[in-house]
Design a protein around this ligand. Structure first.
Ligand SMILES: CC(C)(COP(=O)(O)OP(=O)(O)OC[C@H]1O[C@@H](n2cnc3c(N)ncnc32)[C@H](O)[C@@H]1OP(=O)(O)O)[C@@H](O)C(=O)NCCC(=O)NCCS
Length: 409
């Protein structure tokens, strides 16, 4: 079977979108052409073509800056739109598309690749490890009884025009401290974040934006929808669907959660994507009233181990010589020496000494953002190291802020 993998051209855009939508079993929605053309870019929309010029597989790769532990950005490819035509499955097309993605991303200088998986079991074999988790929370605000902040910030509902000027800067100030959050470019905000299409509402209201300020300066915001409902007794039973809650500090976040949990007529609060170390359960007088569901978040693959491990910061100084086993990328496989200084900065270089730890690309991906302890990787056989080395790795790699990605892509 002869397959050509290349970027799509403008006349192939409809076919590319159609292939993706057929694989996911839905239809193109309003704004999708713009999202591919303007946010992803046609050059980064890749497709596998058969000999008749038909698309039989697709990928897309965003150009991200990703927050890594310690408030630093790392160049990262965001893999998306991974599909193979049902008529052509299990003939190795995905394997070829993944190899193409790694070559392209590494060639463009990305040290990492991340993805959200529809089917997680596919990606370990390509060197991706589970790098973050997320938590869905839902509760009745009357039962949970969120305590009022000692000193609440001021709150106001703002219109879309004000949101456009205020939100990007606020999110950027909060983003860098949370490993796993990627920078949103102006075009990302314009085409992906701000539009509020009917199909996104699923029966709820348009987006509302509440802004928190302190001494006249914005310190946080929340975006939410409302879905009105009355119960059998005709009592208000509406829902607040929380999209984003962003605050530059805990006081701002507390103020916003307190607001969201006390909207008259809307006692039911649901927030689908929150970090696992969210403060919400700790604000409630009755934390058991808060239902929590934790799931895997982004999966991460290291494409340039020396650059990626030099860029991030570490919690504890130390030195580690380790070997990465990688059957997909010769430019990743090999032995490295990581030296972490007292201030948490590091240098990672290729090394010809004897390693004290050997790990798979998948294990390296799981460790990178600091949310995974090395211990379970040992029992799975993805990391081989003695107890002392595992202790040292735990202290070096784990990070106090839970990694989290706040947006599917
Ligand atoms: C998932 C999908 C992309 C696989 O494509 P494919 O061309 O059949 O995959 P390949 O033949 O290249 O298989 C590559 C490897 O992945 C494995 N694999 C493929 N699909 C798998 C699945 N759904 N679950 C687990 N493993 C899978 C294959 O067994 C093969 O393993 P091996 O090489 O170690 O033997 C395709 O079935 C599809 O488009 N599905 C619908 C959309 C989707 O789920 N996309 C993923 C989005 S995150």
């Amino acid at each position: 079977m002869s397959i050509e993998i290349r970027s799509i051209a403008e006349p192939e855009l409809d076919q590319y979108i159609g292939s993706v939508r057929t694989a996911f079993g839905d239809e193109a929605n309003e704004g999708e052409q713009d999202r591919v053309r303007r946010v992803l870019g046609l050059a980064r929309a890749r497709a596998a073509f058969d000999t008749k010029g038909r698309i039989v597989g697709t990928t897309g790769s965003y150009d991200f800056s990703l927050a890594a532990p310690g408030g630093v950005d790392v160049a990262c490819a965001g893999l998306t739109r991974v599909t193979v035509a049902t008529s052509h499955r299990r003939r190795g097309i995905l394997r070829s598309l993944m190899a193409d993605h790694f070559d392209e991303a590494a060639g463009q200088g990305a040290a990492l690749s991340i993805l959200w998986a529809s089917e997680v079991a596919i990606y370990g074999r390509f060197g991706y490890g589970q790098a973050s988790e997320n938590m869905a929370v839902s509760y009745d605000g009357r039962l949970a009884d969120i305590a009022a902040p000692v000193q609440p910030d001021e709150l106001e509902l703002i219109d879309p025009a004000e949101a456009h000027t205020t939100l990007p800067d606020l999110r950027e100030r909060h983003r860098i401290a949370r490993p796993g959050l990627f920078h949103r470019t102006p075009v990302w905000w314009e085409v992906r974040s701000f539009p509020d299409h009917e199909w996104q509402r699923t029966g709820a209201s348009a987006n509302r934006t509440v802004l928190a300020s302190r001494n006249g300066e914005p310190v946080g915001y929340a975006i939410y929808r409302q879905k009105p409902k009355w119960n059998d007794l005709d009592l208000p039973d509406g829902e607040v669907r929380v999209g984003e809650v962003v605050g530059i500090d805990d006081r701002a976040l507390h103020t916003l959660w307190w607001y969201l949990s006390n909207i008259d007529l809307f006692p039911n609060v649901t927030a689908y994507l929150q970090p696992v170390d969210s403060m919400v359960p700790w604000l409630a007088r009755n934390p058991r009233a808060i239902r929590r569901l934790v799931n895997d978040g982004i999966h991460l693959r290291v494409l340039d181990a020396a650059a990626a491990l030099t860029a991030r910061r570490y919690d504890t100084p130390g030195e580690l010589v380790f070997r990465v086993v990688d059957d997909q990328r010769d430019d990743v496989a090999g032995t490295y020496r990581l030296v972490v200084a007292d201030d948490g900065t590091a240098r990672c270089e290729r090394h010809d000494g004897e390693p004290t730890a050997t790990l798979s690309a998948q294990a390296l991906g799981a460790l990178y953002l600091g949310g995974c302890r090395p211990d379970p990787l040992v029992t799975c056989g993805w990391l081989q190291a003695d107890g002392r080395t595992v202790d040292a790795m735990r202290r070096m790699f784990t990070w106090p802020v839970a990694p989290f990605c706040d947006e599917g892509f």
